[in-house]
Design a protein. Structure first.
Length: 311
């Protein structure tokens, strides 16, 4: 087993994270729950502080620590994927978690129990959001509900604390996404999955690496990467306005025939509605084609084989 931990400017918490993960790995190894070659893998995502120097120091002093350094900052999701793809060839399963110790390390035991029971994917789900601000708590819930309304298969109150088996990691490697949203990609892999509920803690030290601006950008990536429903809403709106414009045109003609309009009113009203409806309709049709192209260029796998039986 490998525990993959993406890091960006985490010098304040890294020693404590390594200390707690070391204790957890040693305990699991001593109880023969995991192999003796299990490791924690820290991924330095272009940190500007002493994060990489600390990782190097930990690698020299602690045989359970591994580290990789990205050439520059690529963002949390890319750093996480880099760690998972590195661990893919080295372990039977990998658990991803954040470096800030908000994810409950003791839940690792439950992840492994689900894995032993046959789950290839195990999602860590928060039991409550008491540590979040009122805005973050409600915006997060709204985001998950909105994503589900758009038809996206997403696990509510799950971030990036999860276990992936080796074959799930192989399945993940088939996705060639550039704008990564792993919370939406992982459910597309399929395979048997389970959930582990845990209580998320306060950040041990340092500051959150996801301010409002980054959270909004992350949410926008998730919405646009997994649903073309916003485009179809534009198409539907175009049809509705086009239909209404026909009714307005008929009404305008009737009013004009009855002589109850001022000069030019009929032409102006009819043209505004008709042109507006046609424009939205055309944008919707163009959007449908762009949506199909967008889906094609992602090169998502058409299928992932779970089992192959042959006599």
């Amino acid at each position: 087993m490998y525990i993959v931990v993406p890091c960006y400017n985490e010098q304040e918490v890294l020693h404590e994270t390594a200390k707690r993960l070391t204790a957890k790995l040693q305990d699991l190894i001593s109880r023969q729950k995991i192999a003796s070659d299990s490791r924690m893998l820290f991924v330095n995502d272009g940190s500007r502080d002493a994060t990489w120097e600390i990782i190097e120091e930990l690698c020299q002093d602690n045989g359970l620590v591994c580290g990789i350094k990205l050439s520059r900052n690529r963002g949390h999701q890319n750093a996480l994927l880099a760690g998972l793809m590195t661990a893919k060839e080295l372990c039977d399963c990998a658990i991803s978690m954040d470096a800030d110790l908000q994810d409950d390390i003791e839940a690792v035991d439950k992840f492994l129990e689900q894995y032993a029971a046959g789950c290839d994917v195990v999602y860590g789900v928060r039991s409550k959001r008491d540590t979040d601000t009122f805005f973050k708590r409600n915006s997060a819930r709204g985001f998950y509900k909105f994503m589900k309304a758009l038809g996206v298969d997403i696990v509510e109150d799950h971030a990036d604390y999860r276990l992936l088996s080796r074959r799930a990691l192989e399945g993940l490697s088939e996705f060639d996404e550039v704008n990564l949203f792993l919370r939406g990609i992982v459910p597309l892999i399929g395979f048997k999955s389970g959930t582990v509920t845990y209580e998320r803690h306060e950040r041990f030290a340092g500051e959150s690496k996801y301010p409002l601006k980054k959270m909004l950008a992350f949410a926008f990536d998730g919405i646009t990467s997994f649903s073309v429903k916003p485009i179809r809403l534009i198409t539907t709106l175009g049809f509705v306005i086009f239909f209404v414009s026909i009714l307005v045109l008929l009404y305008s003609l009737i009013v004009w025939l009855l002589g109850k309009t001022v000069t030019g009113w009929t032409t102006l009203a009819a043209s505004i509605w008709l042109i507006g409806g046609i424009q939205l309709l055309c944008l919707g049709v163009i959007g449908e084609y762009i949506g199909k192209i967008y889906g094609e260029v992602k090169h998502r796998p058409r299928f992932i084989i779970e089992t192959f039986l042959k006599q």
